[in-house]
Design a binder for this molecule. Structure first.
Ligand code: SF4
Ligand SMILES: [Zn+2]
Length: 383
């Protein structure tokens, strides 16, 4: 019996594996390899421009460049429960490929003409040397600094060590480092997100960034897996209050279901629904007076960009009011004005309120919410 260990439901000989490894898309599955190797490593995943605000609040245009890289080290080892970035990564991407992608992005956007801000996203940590070759990191940091663009890159908290951050700050002083904190709660980080670091690590990373004069942007995840709508709303409000003082910007990402992830599994099993857009409106209304106190400077800036808003895999309402509510949330992220939500109304708001009330009063950890767009009879059938 000594070497019999649990692999799923059946006792099988071999090394023990976590449930997480059994249900995530194994990187060697034929379908995953086919998708990963279908793209051209010299072409960036996406390049686009959006309205934004500079650190001093001035409205500007921002270029976003999403690159195809070797991807996040944490994903190759284990990975967050909601992250589908592995669809855009391959472990053979070289510095030459990344330089070619960077050139293609600059050509596409006319050398970022008219863009005061550039966001460079690499499906992991920008300045992690195994993920991204150092010479390419240096190219991006020094070129954007020389062009006078404000740069935003992303990182995991435990990789923001003093030596590396000092190097980043030397190449591009004052840039912003966005950290996927997801939740200011160690239990949620471990059991809901499988994030790979703790809140203390994030606190240390913020101090290191501040020491070197870099800005901190913190991502929070609205409604991680295995959480009800009522709990999600309660937690998001608390987390924003907790981290506001220590973040130059807070970007709340409402869950959108990416393919072949853990959250995709529970979504298809009808044990999870992405958040309501009404919950996001409620969250913004509640925290707005806290982060923008009257007659005082704002403590931080709150940004909410619901990806795939209005679709069943993104934050959504009944289907009739989604477009209008999502647009108001997007506008708030730029204007920071609650007036954006004036006059918004729909009959589904009643349904949303009932779901929140039930989630808060009944012992149902996964929540009381059902499909919002399905026939009422079909909802009651088992998955
Ligand atoms: S740390 Fe970021 S890139 Fe890596 S698995 Fe988690 S969400 Fe994905
Ligand atoms: Zn509605």
């Amino acid at each position: 019996m000594g070497d019999i260990v649990t692999k799923g439901l059946m006792p099988l000989p071999g090394k023990a594996v976590k449930l997480h490894h059994l249900v995530k898309a194994p990187e060697n599955a034929i379908e995953s390899i086919r998708i990963r190797e279908a793209w051209d490593a010299d072409v960036p995943a996406t390049v686009y421009v959006t309205p934004e605000r500079l650190p001093d609040g001035t409205p500007c245009t921002a270029a976003t460049v999403i690159l195809r890289t070797r991807g996040c080290q944490w994903w190759w080892k284990s990975g967050c429960t909601f992250c589908g970035y592995f669809n855009d990564v391959r472990d053979d991407v070289t510095s030459l490929n990344l330089h070619a992608q960077w050139l293609a992005a600059k050509n596409q956007l006319n050398n970022f003409e008219g863009c005061e801000m550039v966001k460079v996203y690499t499906s992991g940590t920008f300045f992690e040397d195994e993920e991204n070759p150092v010479d390419w990191q240096e190219t991006v940091l020094t070129e954007t600094a020389a062009m006078g663009k404000h740069l935003i890159v992303e990182a995991q908290a435990h990789l923001c060590n003093d030596e590396k951050i000092a190097w980043v700050a030397e190449k591009h002083p004052g840039c912003t480092v966005a950290i996927g904190l997801e939740a200011f709660d160690d239990e949620v980080l471990k059991f809901h997100c499988n994030k790979g670091f703790r809140t203390k690590t994030w606190e240390k990373a913020v101090k290191t960034l501040q020491k070197h004069g870099l800005r901190t942007k913190s991502y929070l995840l609205f409604k991680p897996p295995f959480m009800s709508e009522g709990d999600a709303l309660h937690h998001a409000i608390k987390w924003i209050k907790d981290i506001a003082e220590h973040s130059d910007e807070i970007s709340v990402n409402p869950m959108n279901i990416q393919k072949r992830t853990i959250v995709d599994r529970i979504f298809r099993h009808r044990e999870y629904r992405p958040p309501w857009l009404w919950s996001l409106v409620e969250m913004i209304r509640t925290v707005h007076p806290i982060i923008h106190p009257e007659k005082q400077d704002s403590i931080t800036r709150l940004i909410v960009h619901p990806t795939a808003a209005g679709s069943v895999r993104g934050a959504h309402n009944c289907g009739k009011c989604d477009k209008e509510v999502a647009a108001a949330i997007e506008r708030y992220s730029v204007s920071n004005s609650l007036l954006e939500f004036e006059g918004l109304d729909c009959s589904c708001q009643k349904l949303w309120k009932t779901e929140i009330a039930l989630d808060k009063s009944l012992p149902i950890p996964l929540g009381s919410g059902l499909d919002r767009r399905q026939d009422p009879l079909e909802k009651l059938l088992s998955p």
